[in-house]
Design a protein around this ligand. Structure first.
Ligand code: ZN
Ligand code: ZN
Ligand code: ZN
Length: 230
């Protein structure tokens, strides 16, 4: 759980406490997979234990039952010190004293009921961790909602505004030029056409801009995929 001010950078893996079976995307996966991993924020030390129980015995109903145990920055920092006691914090089968104590107490933490319809908050809990020879997790509160990160108001897109104010007069000029060249009616009808052409070309410029953005986004996404594959 990040501190309130933390701008929510991604968490990094701090410790692997428990593993049973191989994950679903692994070649040796068989029906069940369990894990308890500790992730921590590199900037604020807020940490989360992710507890996953996967079961695909019934082909129709694959269960991915998650519980999340959140530690505030102070507890996260304590956990970081504890993890440093072990030479292999990311080894789920390590049996050092720290690993053993944390594993036992993590597995004893309560889980939310899965009978009800999935509700994220029912499976999110706040815990603390104690120091000492036999460190242990303790439940503080269950069924919590994470504070939502503050949403930044969208900045006006200056590039888009620039584009509109270039494309609009250009489009208007082309339209009027074409009109007087090819059609040209009595003056009062021409006046109406000009009046209509002003907002119509503005909308036209907007449509071109939107279409351009869609194409650009699609290109960007496919090139992202390309780099991901490389
Ligand atoms: Zn953070
Ligand atoms: Zn499975
Ligand atoms: Zn260990």
């Amino acid at each position: 759980m990040h501190s309130v001010e933390c701008a929510k950078p991604a968490l990094t893996r701090l410790m692997w406490l428990h593993k049973s079976g191989e994950p679903p995307d692994h070649a040796d996966h068989q029906i069940t997979y369990d894990h308890d991993i500790v992730e921590i924020c590199p900037s604020c030390n807020g940490a989360t234990i992710e507890h996953l129980r996967h079961d695909c015995f019934d082909y129709e109903a694959v269960y991915d039952q998650y519980e999340w145990y959140e530690l505030g920055p102070e507890d996260g920092a304590r956990l970081r010190t504890l993890a440093a006691r072990c030479d292999r914090p990311l080894e789920p089968f390590c049996n050092c004293a720290t690993h053993k104590a944390l594993r036992t107490s993590a597995l004893a933490l309560p889980s939310g009921s899965w009978d009800a319809i999935f509700e994220g908050s029912a499976h999110r809990h706040i815990i603390t961790v104690s120091d000492g020879k036999k460190p242990a997790f303790t439940l503080v509160r269950t069924g919590v909602e994470l504070p939502k990160p503050l949403e930044k108001p969208k900045e006006p897109d200056t590039e888009a505004v620039g584009f509109i104010f270039l494309a609009w007069p250009a489009l208007l000029a082309i339209t009027l030029f074409g009109w007087f060249r090819l059609v040209h009616l009595p003056w009062f009808l021409d006046a109406i056409v000009v009046l209509v052409a002003i907002p119509a070309t503005f909308v036209g410029a907007g449509v071109i801009l939107a279409a351009g953005k869609v194409i650009l986004n699609r290109k960007r996404r496919s090139s992202d995929k390309q780099t991901a594959r490389d």
